[in-house]
Design a protein around this ligand. Structure first.
Ligand code: HEM
Length: 417
């Protein structure tokens, strides 16, 4: 087999300029689900499809160590995060997340805390002329997850905390001012939570027994040692930050209810199966995580294509969620596609693929689905107007969001009429 040639031109500027469209465009031009590129000076290959999921998540092929660029670690995930670990070190750290995030009782408690915060917020929204749903949802969820996790937060604290948690997500994939805001937000919140962890350990901070803060503060890593306070803060943020980021999906759900209002009645009617299908379709249809990746640990072959040791191997999440080979009419928003059958493990991949206990698949999918079900249903039951505004979702911006943030006016609970 010929040794693979990495393109000479670096595609990083095109990726930054085109966002979500960059990889699917390249796949379309290549007329096959395999793309070779140079990214940040490195040889990269991009794959998609259930078979590609199984290939990439096999640690004999691809590992995460030294795969993530520094700007992503300094904003989105944090240095020393579970995302960057492999092998036994990864599995021991991952077990902590799974025990906190997949137990149905804990997921229900987090959903209840957040639903309470939503109901409190609605009382305020009814007295306001307009609300920006994206911003409001971020505060509601930040309040809910902090209450659930045992992070002390007074009412005035929710707004700056939500702003920082959103900033960390908003700025990971851009070189501009959003990026510097993300770095500053991470530094601030790591310092804040590291102090809390130290307080829990020396007894000066009182947090509920069994809470996420207590679990992270007392977690022992593969070496039998507790995490240093900064890494413990990084991992606490890896619970608070992505949970708050469900506000992106809440804004997308509002967008879908506005564009395709037929969904509203079935959500209002407490149709649990439909609500779940709606949530999966929101996660499939709208753009959020564009791709994930790691480094080839040895010379590999993918469907006859050589992948040299050290190359970046990317899984095209957005492309796979819109792949016509997997989804009938992929650009139609249609929750009914999930009514007949639940999503296949390695087909629907907005939060990664594979087995969440063994690899890097997101441990927060149950939380995401549960929160989004509860909040979409509540949103569908509210009455409000959607005044003229720019609801476009430019795919050049990563992470994408409706430009206006989804402005609602005249919010009222139907019972108030
Ligand atoms: C807002 C919706 C969410 C999206 C779009 C999302 C997406 C993702 C993606 C794409 C990955 C990487 C998978 C991989 O590298 O293979 C991931 C990993 C992760 N997510 Fe999520 N996630 C979301 C919500 C959550 C929530 C609610 C939590 C926790 C409460 C969470 C915690 C994590 C953690 C800790 C990892 C690292 C797992 C590991 O490396 O083993 N995520 N997520």
């Amino acid at each position: 087999m010929d040794s693979p040639r990495c393109p000479l031109t670096d595609s990083t500027p095109s990726l930054l300029a085109q966002g979500y469209a960059w990889l699917p465009d390249r796949v379309r031009r290549a007329a096959e689900p395999f793309v070779r590129a140079r990214l940040a000076g490195r040889h990269a290959v991009a794959l998609r499809g259930p078979e590609a999921v199984r290939f990439l998540y096999d640690e004999r092929h691809v590992r995460r160590h030294r795969a993530l660029p520094e700007p992503v670690k300094s904003t989105l995930f944090g240095h020393g995060a579970v995302h960057t670990l492999d092998g036994q070190a990864h599995r021991v750290r991952k077990a902590m997340f799974l025990s906190l995030l997949t137990d149905p009782g804990r997921v229900a408690a987090l959903t209840d805390r957040t639903a309470e915060a939503w109901d409190e917020a609605v009382e305020r929204w009814e007295r306001q002329p307009r609300v920006v749903l994206f911003d409001e949802a971020s505060r509601v969820i930040a309040r809910g997850v902090c209450r659930w996790a045992g992070v002390p937060l007074d009412d005035a604290g929710a707004e700056p905390v939500a702003r920082d948690l959103v900033a960390m997500v908003d700025g990971f994939a851009t070189p501009g001012p959003r990026h510097w805001r993300a770095r500053a937000a991470r530094r601030r919140r790591e310092a804040w939570l590291a102090r809390l962890v130290e307080g829990v350990r020396d007894g000066s901070a009182d947090v509920p027994a069994g809470s996420a803060v207590e679990a992270v503060a007392s977690h022992r890593d593969v070496d039998g040692e507790v995490l240093d306070p900064r890494t413990a803060a990084v991992e606490l943020l890896n619970i608070l930050r992505p949970t708050t980021a469900v506000c992106w999906f809440v804004a997308f759900a509002a967008h879908a209810l506005h564009r395709w209002p037929g969904n509203r009645a079935r959500l209002r009617d407490d149709d649990g199966a439909y609500a779940e299908a709606f949530v999966h379709e929101v996660r499939r249809f709208y753009p959020f995580a564009p791709f994930i990746g790691g480094r080839a640990v040895t010379d590999l072959t993918w469907r006859g294509e050589a992948v040299p040791s050290g190359a970046l191997v990317l899984l095209d999440l957005y492309g796979q969620n819109h792949d016509p080979d997997l989804w009938k009419e992929p650009y139609a928003f249609d929750p009914r596609r999930f009514l007949d059958r639940p999503p296949g493990r390695d087909e629907l991949v907005p939060q990664g693929g594979g087995d969440r206990a063994l690899n890097h698949r997101c441990p927060g999918e149950d939380v995401t689905v549960s929160l989004l079900k509860a909040l979409s249903t509540r949103l569908a039951r509210l009455e409000y107007e959607v005044p003229a505004q720019d609801l476009s979702i430019p795919l050049r911006r990563v992470p994408a969001r409706p430009r206006s943030g989804v402005v609602l006016t005249g919010v009222r609970h139907p019972s108030a009429d």
